[in-house]
Write a protein that binds this ligand. Structure first.
Ligand code: ADP
Ligand code: MG
Length: 619
């Protein structure tokens, strides 16, 4: 009995559709990419009920001529490649000729399109891949495609669709990415009749502002990096706006959205010394490179990419990011007035700078002022020099230590970082010696340089300095150790033991001499700095780190150094002598990055112009 059948074209096509058309978002991706390939400069996307009920994409691209309209819906119909040579030189987003036929196979379609040469366009309707009607119609140059009732003829697939809101969220995420990848194209995105985005094609910065809002836009560092035929352009977020997951990372190659672990790793490693724990940097970066050195065809949905030269790509992103982070000033600008008028100061403050600790001071000062109903109250400035701070003096050696760049051996994987020629100048805060005005709340030092006033957080500033020095001494294997007359013995379970054995090298670098014997941990030397901290507590903390899977040893070191620096730095509220303040300020003149090890700002700037606006001397 005959068992093998050749599937009829329609069945085969409906099966193939499953690969391209998984969900509404994949339909939208294909359709927008078609519009982009057609050189559209304006694209409108409308969805209803998460795209399940309807998707409408309207573009002003080149259009499809009436003689091609029906062909476009045939499997393997493409105008983008015609032979094998073309396959190696793909510059368009689509090329497989599968999308329209696959989408048509599982939906009801209405396509209107016209090319420049034609007087009249074509209106084609299809159902389940079959042409229902074709008529001439008067319309604009470009293409409008309506996709209705997705999976109406494949109930099994329809069942797998998620709730409309979930599908919608995924579409919105996709539209965001495509807007960023094509920031010179105007996008209008409408969900259930409501305009969500309406961009002007005015560049990446504006798109980021539209999508992520003002706070993010105000915290971007631009990257423009070039090496041979490669360039990296776009923005990274400052450490303060780092996120809890990777969904705020956008990578493009030749303006195509891709995903690549190597690159996100490289950027994350460059951020390592600027970021709080478990945070992921924000970035939107486009890599421009020769088309033949990257394989974009690895994954069917064309998101993963393979590079010819992984090492070089890794290093480029690492260098570009690190240089951008070092060259950025990280100084917070206080701007509580908008261009024309000081409005609701408090409101403005909240939207302008919601996450800076420093803002509390200003808010408090402000509310004090409002509360005092009788005479106008001037905030008293507590200028206090005199009594010295013991803790810092005990660490005098560290305090005066000359600073270096806080670069640990950051790259924990096999990739070795070689610094490349490109280098931005590190930012230096004070071009000349600033005038020290005083100190408020025993916490913020006020200095003036020309027309700018700087508030400096004494704790964050000292902490950062100590941290940089500690990093340097660890890097140079110069951590002072203290020999213990009686070694500490700490009992471990087998898992803890393995953990310590695996990290013994890092712990040695930090100044510990540790051996494991059976299930005991024997500590014979400890870092000098830990002499007055309870060793048990520290070891306990390390054990707790066990819970964090895959904690890298460089993270361990960094956390340890940050903690140590924090413990030994002068605190907010400590009274400093003028010499001590000067010493702190001098530190700022080195190439120290103005963020504390937890990623918080050290310096806040207020311009004279800003103050004049407060008093309405200028508007
Ligand atoms: P591919 O994009 O891989 O070529 P598709 O099935 O997505 O395959 O599209 C088939 C063809 O239809 C394209 O090659 C293109 O010529 C034409 N086409 C599709 N969408 C548009 C559009 N919005 N504007 C102009 N031409 C289009
Ligand atoms: Mg296509």
């Amino acid at each position: 009995m005959k068992k093998i059948n050749i599937l009829d074209k329609k069945v085969a096509n409906r099966i193939a559709a499953g690969e391209v058309v998984e969900k509404p978002a994949s339909v939208i991706k294909e359709l927008i990419e078609n519009s982009l390939d057609a050189k559209a400069t304006s694209i409108k996307i409308e969805i209803e009920e998460g795209g399940i009920k309807s998707i409408v994409i309207t573009d002003n691209g080149c259009g499809i001529s009436s003689e091609d309209v029906e062909t476009a819906f045939m499997p393997h119909a493409t105008s983008k490649i015609s032979d094998l040579y073309d396959l190696d030189n793909i510059k368009t987003l689509g090329f497989r000729g599968e999308a329209l036929s696959s989408i048509a196979a599982v939906s009801q379609i209405e396509l209107t399109s016209k090319t420049e040469e034609e007087d009249l366009g074509t209106l084609l309707t299809l159902e389940g891949g079959d042409v229902v009607s074709s008529t001439k119609i008067s319309c604009n140059v470009g293409t409008k495609i309506i996709v209705k009732n997705l999976f109406f003829n494949t109930p099994a697939r329809k069942k797998f669709l998620r709730k409309p809101k979930t599908e919608e969220a995924e579409i919105t995420h996709l539209v965001q990415k495509l807007m960023m990848a094509n920031s010179d194209v105007k996008f209008k995105y409408i969900v259930d009749g409501k305009i969500i985005y309406n961009t002007m094609g005015s560049g990446l910065f504006d798109v980021i502002y539209t999508i992520y809002g003002r706070e993010t836009a105000e915290n971007l560092i631009e990257i423009n990096f070039k090496k041979d035929k490669y360039s990296i352009n776009g923005y990274i977020g400052t450490p303060e706006i780092s996120k809890a997951n990777r969904t705020y990372q956008t990578l493009m190659i030749n303006n195509r959205i891709v995903q690549n672990f190597l690159v996100s790793n490289s950027v994350a490693n460059a951020f390592e010394h600027f970021l709080m724990k478990n945070k992921f940097p924000f970035f939107v970066l486009n890599l421009t490179m020769p088309f033949d050195s990257v394989d974009v065809n690895v994954h069917p949905s064309k998101q993963e990419v393979k590079f010819e030269n992984n090492n070089m790509i890794y290093n480029m992103f690492y260098t570009a990011t690190l240089d951008a982070l070092y060259s950025a000033d990280h100084v917070k600008n206080i701007s509580i007035s908008n261009e024309n008028e000081v409005q609701n100061v408090e409101e403005e403050l909240k939207t302008a700078l919601p996450i800076y600790n420093n803002i509390k001071v200003i808010e408090e000062a402000n509310s004090n002022y409002v509360e005092s109903d009788s005479q106008p109250q001037i905030q008293e400035v507590d200028v206090n020099f005199g009594i010295s701070f013991k803790e810092a003096q005990a660490q005098d050696k560290l305090f005066k230590f000359e600073g270096g760049l806080p670069i640990l051996n950051a790259v924990d994987n096999e990739m070795v970082f070689n610094k490349m020629e490109y280098k931005e100048e590190p930012f230096v805060l004070f071009s000349e010696k600033p005038k020290i005005i005083g100190n408020i709340f025993n916490t913020y030092i006020i200095t003036q340089q020309k027309d700018d006033i700087y508030l400096i957080d004494q704790h964050a500033c000292h902490e950062k300095k100590l941290f940089d020095n500690l990093v340097k001494s660890v890097d140079e294997n110069q951590v002072a150790k203290q020999n213990l007359l009686v070694p500490y013995i700490i009992k471990c379970n087998p898992i803890e033991k393995v953990f310590f054995e695996e990290n013994i090298e890092s712990l040695n670098k930090l100044g510990f001499t540790i051996e494991t014997l059976n299930n005991d941990l024997i500590i014979s030397e400890i870092p000098f700095l830990l002499a007055n901290i309870k060793i048990e507590d520290f070891i306990q903390e390390l054990k707790e780190n066990l819970k964090m899977v895959n904690k890298k040893s460089s993270d361990l070191i960094r956390d340890f150094l940050a903690q140590t620096a924090c413990k030994h730095a002068v605190k907010g509220g400590d009274v400093l002598t003028i010499e001590e303040i000067e010493s702190l300020i001098n530190n700022l003149n080195s190439d120290m990055v103005l963020l504390c090890p937890h990623g918080r700002p050290i310096v806040v700037k207020i311009t004279k112009k800003e103050i004049e606006k407060w008093f309405k001397r200028i508007v």
